[in-house]
Design a protein around this ligand. Structure first.
Ligand SMILES: *[C@@H]1O[C@H](CO)[C@@H](O)[C@H](O)[C@H]1NC(C)=O
Length: 341
């Protein structure tokens, strides 16, 4: 059985590798590129998007000072009142999207974010699971349901004062993909402590077609006297200033991005070193030959069993239930067998 499953994965790896080579044939030669990248005209895409830039600036500076409710903190960002829909913005949720659509939407969410922030000179870097995805292969982890970025408190203030409720129209020619993204800054951003924990997220970059979003959090030096040089988000993830700065320029989802200076330290603090060694997670296997996380079920070997009643059933070779997974015959099947025999 071992040899069999080994042969199987070998065949799969060879197949996948040859597909990759075919895909890469027309791409720009660049040794750091992960497999499967097509040529992307960054300049052209940016130009198109800049032309379509739509600053529907609904902000009202008066709101900023006056509108901060000091009494009881209400949760600002709302999710749909549906179980397991916590990664959708309540205003734009129209139902769950498929895995494929989610991955496509998230990829463009982050690309649009990187492109917009860079075009505006806004400093931001990858955080949490998104940073971990970058560490593995410059891509979003395929099972991720949302994305995380961080920024300084000063940048957050800049966004709150100048870009709240603005929409960025995005057009990605290579995929024929058009979306509108809304930047929404939580008015409770001015409070830099955890508080009731209803408003840990300072902002969202929202895909208006699906409600999927990027969580934006600011880092502040919350204890200038007792812990100088320590930056903290409202969910109490702490970093030394020199762990973040100077930022490192990297590539993420085929776009230019930034990560904290000591990204490994940040990741180990959050996920333990296991995050770098565990090659099996959330029904995915890390395939070093491909440099990809591959969904397990897709390649899981199956065996066809023929039953005497003429039925066939696929049973996973690794399925510990084995033949016990065979459903009991129905009443009519039993009757038929009785008749037959
Ligand atoms: C952003 O705009 C929304 C809608 O007008 C408003 O509710 C919110 O308080 C604003 N956020 C900030 C930081 O001003």
């Amino acid at each position: 059985m071992h040899i069999q499953s080994y042969t199987h994965s070998l065949v799969v790896a060879i197949l996948a590798a040859s597909t990759t080579i075919q895909l890469c044939a027309g791409a720009v030669v660049n040794p750091v590129e992960p497999p499967g990248i097509r040529g992307i005209n960054f300049e052209k895409n940016l130009e198109r998007n800049a032309k379509r830039l739509d600053l529907k600036n609904k902000k009202n500076l008066g709101d900023m000072a006056a509108g901060i409710p000091r009494e009881k903190e209400q949760k600002y960002f709302q999710e749909p009142g549906v179980a397991a829909a916590g990664h959708y913005d309540g205003r734009y949720y129209i139902g769950f999207v498929t895995d494929k659509e989610r991955q496509r939407t998230l990829t463009h969410l982050i690309r649009a974010w990187l492109q917009w922030t860079q075009s505006q000179g806004i400093e931001t870097w990858l955080a949490h699971g998104t940073l971990l995805g970058w560490w593995w292969n410059n891509h979003i982890l395929p099972w991720d349901t949302d994305l995380d970025v961080q920024m300084s408190e000063a940048t957050l203030k800049h966004l709150a004062e100048n870009f709240n409720m603005t929409t960025w129209s995005y057009d990605f020619e290579e995929d024929n993909f058009r979306r509108d993204y809304l930047l929404d800054i939580n008015p409770y951003w001015v409070s830099r402590v955890r508080g009731t924990s209803a408003n840990l997220i300072d902002g969202r970059w929202i895909d208006k077609s699906t409600g999927l979003f990027i969580d934006i959090t600011g880092l502040s030096e919350t204890h200038v006297v007792t812990s100088p040089g320590v930056l903290s988000c409202k969910n109490l993830h702490r970093y030394k200033t020199k762990e973040i700065y100077p930022l490192r320029e990297v590539e993420f989802e085929e776009f230019k991005a930034y990560v904290p200076n000591s990204y490994e330290k940040a990741l180990i603090k959050e996920y333990r070193s296991r995050a770098f060694t565990q090659t099996e997670f959330s029904k995915h296997d890390w395939q070093p030959a491909l440099g990809l996380w591959v969904q397990k079920t897709r390649f899981q070997p199956e065996k066809l069993y023929n039953f005497r009643n003429g039925k066939m059933m696929k049973v996973k070779v690794e399925d510990p239930r084995g033949l016990e997974a065979v459903p009991p015959p129905t009443f009519w099947q039993l009757l038929w067998r009785l008749f037959y025999w």
